[in-house]
Design a protein around this ligand. Structure first.
Ligand SMILES: Nc1ncnc2c1ncn2[C@@H]1O[C@H](COP(=O)(O)OP(=O)(O)OP(=O)(O)O)[C@@H](O)[C@H]1O
Ligand SMILES: [Mg+2]
Length: 250
């Protein structure tokens, strides 16, 4: 079966006056439709560079990225990219922040606005539609950033350390919220994190990168003794007495 996303022999170097920095070397892995894959590796190993190539914002120097068997740049598939910083604009209220992408694409009609209001209510932001971003907690800001990303109805979600600014307790609950939202909406998702336990608690598979230049060190499959339930969340994973981790390179 053709994978949803195929990363094949990707390398990337940054060039500056001081010379060349090889960030990524010969990265290959596949992601199936509806799969949740985490990318883990030490700081500076090229995780954000890789995500930026998966979004199409940066082109690989070598190798290729395909979606549904077509080169990324020719694919009509919508990709949502949630950056590490939430980038909510303080001069816009929360509703007009989450609707920004739709507004830019001239798709903000009344049904779309009502759908956003429903999402805000479903994700714990009811009553904050007309608040300023500074009135939200860290977790609420992350959820607003996720709604803004989901509003464009992407098929593939790219998440760059979305929980790293949060304290540990908030991080656990926001991570659970966001991973269950992603699972319920059956998105194909790629999450970058430096936290292996976070990766184990949310992902179907984990791509572990080496220190820079990032190469694929291992690909781990996370399996539960019983089939993962439909309401599967990180909290269930963390409380599961046994999680099987299988190593492979596919
Ligand atoms: N614009 C740039 N110009 C030059 N070098 C860069 C640039 N952006 C990143 N790098 C270098 O490329 C390497 C990979 O950077 P990248 O941001 O992808 O790492 P990362 O794994 O996301 O790190 P972190 O976990 O700290 O976010 C690093 O050594 C970094 O210094
Ligand atoms: Mg990064």
């Amino acid at each position: 079966m053709i994978p949803k996303l195929e990363v094949s022999g990707v390398s990337y170097s940054y060039h500056s006056l001081d010379g060349e920095t090889l960030a990524l070397s010969d990265i290959s892995f596949n992601v199936s439709s509806g799969e949740f894959v985490a990318i883990v590796g030490p700081s500076g190993c090229g995780k954000s560079t890789l995500l930026s190539m998966l979004s199409g914002l940066t082109r690989p120097e070598k190798g290729s990225v395909s979606i549904d068997g077509r080169p990324l740049e020719k694919s009509p598939t919508a990709i949502g990219y949630m950056l590490q910083k939430d980038h909510l604009f303080e001069w816009r209220n929360v509703l007009s922040n989450v609707s920004l992408g739709l507004e830019i694409q001239k798709r903000l009609d009344e049904p779309a606005r009502l759908e956003l209001l429903d999402m805000m209510s479903a994700y714990g932001l009811a009553g904050f539609e007309y608040a300023k971003p500074s009135e939200l907690s860290g977790g609420m800001r992350q959820r607003a950033a996720l709604i803004r990303t989901l509003a464009l109805k992407p098929d593939i979600l790219l998440l760059d350390e979305p929980f790293s600014a949060l304290d540990y307790q908030t991080r656990l609950s926001v991570c659970d919220d966001i991973s269950s939202i992603i699972r319920k909406t059956h998105k194909t998702a790629i999450l970058v994190t430096h936290d292996l336990s976070e990766a184990i608690s949310v992902a179907d598979r984990i791509v572990v990168l080496t220190p820079r230049p990032g190469r694929v060190k291992k690909i781990l499959s996370i399996e539960f003794p019983q089939a993962a339930p439909a309401h599967w969340t990180g909290a269930i994973a963390r409380n599961s007495p046994t999680i099987l981790i299988r190593c492979g390179r596919s």
